[in-house]
Design a protein around this ligand. Structure first.
Ligand SMILES: Cc1cc2nc3c(=O)[nH]c(=O)nc-3n(C[C@H](O)[C@H](O)[C@H](O)COP(=O)(O)OP(=O)(O)OC[C@H]3O[C@@H](n4cnc5c(N)ncnc54)[C@H](O)[C@@H]3O)c2cc1C
Length: 419
């Protein structure tokens, strides 16, 4: 079967790879000159099924107000006359009940755990390298109240069968020795030994090479403009600035830019760009750097070891598609890494980056079929696109081939929004 994949972020590239492995003729259209140059470029590097949870949860509306008043705020809202933003925000608020949280988390964990298994299998099959580490992740608590508050999370982890360790100061230092120098800054942590880390950009670039070897054609520098469609037939072509492209099946994996493309087909996709930032610091003293990911719970900033660099990522900012680099967000990231890993490397030499998380209001991605017969979606991965990429690729390949995926698709498709 001929399949066109729209978008070559970590999601589109993973889908392309698994489809080619399954024997399909795959072409990928991408506006950038190479894969993973937008949101998949500079993320925090966590492959973290253990932290797969929606941002919308009980107590979040109150916490959100507190966060916005902090000096180094994890949440920034720039009020705009953007109906899509307000609709998305209201829908997110409706997901802040305990019942919705549990439902959404269950769906996310299902895909994320599967994805981690697919990633392991992919590594074993191909030997793919991406500054990967398998040393778990550590959520670090600066206050006793935060540590005590883990009881609820621990219940959920237990119920989902996710291994975890609640650690005191010394326990944290055992896994992250560099924290030994700043023991007075925190009281303890929650470690998820099953989590992994790695550079999403390097992974996607390497996977694209493997996909090419399987016959995938990447067409870079192609701007997708619209989907041409006919009632009864579905999508008939993809219109771009370089002419039209046709196939038997079309997969939309354009991250935050997906909704605008499918709206004319009557698909209302509530994916909104949630802006995040990262800095990448060269390591000058490895003994002062993290071993894996340390997630600072107070600032919601993740500090991750990626080879000879430290990646520091965080902030959720609602400001539409604006990609400006805001110096205040850099200050927050620098503050956290110098506070916890003062000897790791010089923050003045760090590169600064921003990306748009393609977020759904319930945190769960939108993958699979639509009511347009030959059109599939693979977007809305929000905070966890790197974590969920391999599993998404595998599921999509099964669906295109007409096979039942290995995981239950309940709640993962656009049908949950009536699309
Ligand atoms: C600060 C930050 C930290 C994060 N940390 C983590 C983490 O630790 N772990 C994790 O799992 N996830 C993390 N994420 C989330 C993760 O990075 C995203 O979920 C993931 O990159 C989304 O991938 P994607 O392929 O859907 O989107 P993208 O990477 O944005 O890919 C979409 C592609 O479509 C292309 N495109 C769009 N429009 C067009 C068009 N009209 N024509 C042609 N091409 C087009 C774009 O160029 C792009 O390459 C983080 C995100 C941010 C911002």
């Amino acid at each position: 079967m001929q399949v066109l994949i729209l978008g070559s972020g970590v999601i589109g590239t993973s889908v392309a790879y698994y489809l080619a492995r399954a024997g399909h003729a795959v072409t990928v259209l991408e506006r950038q000159p190479a894969p993973a140059l937008e949101t998949s470029f500079g993320n925090a590097g966590e492959v973290s099924p253990g932290y797969s949870a929606p941002w919308a949860g009980p107590g979040v509306p109150v916490k959100a107000i507190k966060w916005m008043l902090m000096q180094h705020s994890p949440l920034v809202i720039k009020p705009m006359l953007d109906p899509a933003m307000w609709r998305w925000g209201l829908s997110m608020l409706r997901n802040c009940t305990q019942a919705r949280y549990e439902l959404n988390k269950g769906r996310m964990v299902r895909l994320a755990e599967y994805s981690r298994d697919c990633l392991k299998a992919l590594r074993a099959d191909t030997g793919i390298r991406y500054d990967e580490r398998m040393q778990g992740t550590l959520q670090l608590f600066r206050t006793q109240a935060q540590l005590d508050g883990t009881a609820k999370d621990v219940e959920v982890l237990k119920a989902s069968g996710v291994p975890y360790q609640v650690l005191d100061r010394d326990g944290c230092v055992l896994h992250e020795p560099a924290l030994g120098a700043v023991k007075d800054k925190f009281v303890g942590g929650l470690r998820l030994p099953g989590d992994e880390t790695g550079d999403c950009f390097k992974f996607t670039q390497a996977l694209a090479k493997l996909a090419e070897a399987e016959g995938v054609q990447f067409r870079f520098g192609v701007n997708i403009q619209a989907l041409e469609h006919e009632a009864g037939k579905g999508v008939t072509a993809v219109r771009t600035d370089q002419g039209s492209f046709t196939a038997d099946r079309y997969v939309v994996a354009l991250g935050s830019y997906s909704p605008a493309l499918v709206r004319p087909l009557g698909i209302d996709l509530p994916v909104y760009p949630v802006k995040g930032f990262s800095i990448t610091v060269p390591i000058t003293d490895a003994s002062g750097a993290p071993e894996s990911t340390v997630m600072d719970e107070t600032f919601k900033v993740a500090v991750t070891r990626l080879g000879d660099r430290i990646r520091v990522g965080g902030t959720a900012q609602l400001s539409g598609f604006d990609l400006a680099l805001d110096a205040r967000r850099r200050d927050t990231l620098e503050h956290v890494v110098t506070d916890l890993f003062p000897r790791g490397g010089p923050v003045r030499d760090a590169s600064f980056w921003t990306g748009l998380r393609p977020m759904t209001p319930d945190g769960t991605p939108v993958i699979g079929a639509t009511r347009v017969p030959n059109l599939l979606l693979s977007t809305g991965h929000g905070t966890l696109g790197w974590t969920m990429a391999a599993g998404t690729g595998r599921v999509m390949a099964d669906l295109v081939a007409g096979r039942a995926p290995e995981i239950d698709m309940e709640g993962l498709t656009v049908a949950r929004y009536g699309g």
